[in-house]
Design a protein around this ligand. Sequence first.
Ligand code: HEM
Length: 594
Amino acid sequence: MIALALFGLYASTFVYTFILNYVHARKSNLPYVCVPWDQNHLFWMLASVPSRPFLKKHLPTWIWERLSLTVYAFEFTEKLRPFTQYAAPQGNDKTYVLVSMGYFEISTRDPEIAWEILSSQRSKTGFIQHDLIKVFMSRFGPNVLTSDGEAWARQRKVVASSITERISKRVFEESLRQVEGLLEEVFLLDGCGGGGGGGGDESRCETERLFDGMKKITINVLSSAGMGESVEWKDEKNSSPEPGFRMTYIQAVNAVIDAVAGPLVLPKWFLSYYPTFLPGGKFLRSVGYAIEEFPIHTKALLERENKKSALEGKTRSNIMSQLLRASESETKDGVRTLSDEEMMGNLFIFTAAGFDTNANALSYALVLLARYPQWQEWISEEIDAIIPAEMSIAEMDYASIIPKATRTLATMLETLRLFPPAIHMAKQTKVEQTITTSRGTFWIPANATVYINNIGLGRDPDVWRNLNLKDGETSNEVDDETVFRPSRWINADGGLFQPPRGTFSPWSSGPRICPGMKMAQVEFTSIFLMLLRRHRIEAVAMCKSANGEVENRREVEKRLDQSIEDSIAILTLQLPNVYDQKKGEGIKLAVVKR
Ligand code: HEM
């Protein structure tokens, strides 16, 4: 009887939350969709993503279509469907409330609401960072991403001022050097140029390791521009741990990022001693090691940077050095601008925010350019016009090249429009809010979550369909906004299209816009300038059968489309099965001299 009564009490809290959310949804003046389920239950958060294919296959469609809205990364898997299926019939196809047994959640692709929320993030009483971001991302100390109000403003000032034009220049130079190393390796060490059987000849090399190459470049650039530790391409310093460590600095950050969806909140002792033979044992152990080693790595890096700065007698042009100098100064109230914990927290967030996002944007662009090769010719035309054929890397000048690389930057923007690493920005209310837009006035209760849906914003036909179609350029697609077409970013006068406010936010918008945006743009642009300057990327046709029959072009395209469609979101949106692949697995690309 007692057990039954307790269960009844437990169940009634869910029913109560559901009814309350329903009442609030009615009051909000927004469309709503009822899903009597707790999307925030820890068990569901951990189990729903891996179970998605099974549930999709076995549940009746009418149940799955609703339940899928509670599974992490539904923004990508469902795209505009929830808006057209549930919100549009209620008179507003841009926003809806999920009436569930968990948090009161809103998903919006309304540029006006997005702008209203993102531009008002300064105060502690408006829309603030989500509690879950704070729980997961402040494991090593409070930082700019996890703070609000005064603490955020103080840290943001330091962080923003540490990413200067000097840093961008360094990112440019380092990226060029790293791509040169990658190409050398692909042609010489992979055996294509040397006839070592790598699948190619002097002018063409096939490899499935370009994606790992993108990761390595991102790590090495971050290491140089971020930590002041310049690394040669051939140097394995960033790939294998130093004596006494189980992981490199970046591996530790990576393991922590992979654990963000859950295990990161577990205590260190549990992670370090969890038996490896139990399910998930190896993974949990590696998270334990990472949590143990990250602070030791960071302290060592800070000490090294302090010594180097003292030796050179100045602040060096890397982010860590700039942060260190800032941390030694004081605000007018005599408080240190960055405490030791904040220093550690911000160094972690810089690496976490700057690594995965960049590497995945680069990998998507590789596949998209192989899938739509006409855009490579378009970029190459620009490269030939801005970089003379005989110019050496040492002669390439950041200030004169980067501002002219409009098409290359447009390619990045188009990649992020369709595949934003951050599929949403999660914001929370502490007190009730009202937002007035041209669609009406909407009420949002306290403790609500608003997901600004980057996938929905990027695919809005009202903004993107047939944008900047040039004479003679026809989009054969009905849904042009879903097609990779970088030229939509180039206006008739050759300038870059400036999206109306709130319509394009892969780096967020307003006061909390990503401080690494320029750095990421410079890195992407430099990498593709260097990669496509003398080469092009081709998708390699795979064997279809034992008798050696290979795919035709249409089949290759279908395979690439499927890979893109199967994208997964851990912390960021990413292609499946492209990193750490064995020979013959993953997506094989050919680097061909042009
Ligand atoms: C393609 C690359 C990148 C993308 C798409 C991206 C995206 C974003 C987004 C969407 C946010 C807002 C998150 C939120 O409010 O919940 C953000 C914040 C942030 N990003 Fe990036 N980012 C990129 C690269 C970088 C790089 C290279 C760095 C630094 C080296 C960086 C550092 C940060 C930091 C510190 C914040 C927190 C800012 C604040 O809350 O005031 N990001 N980024």
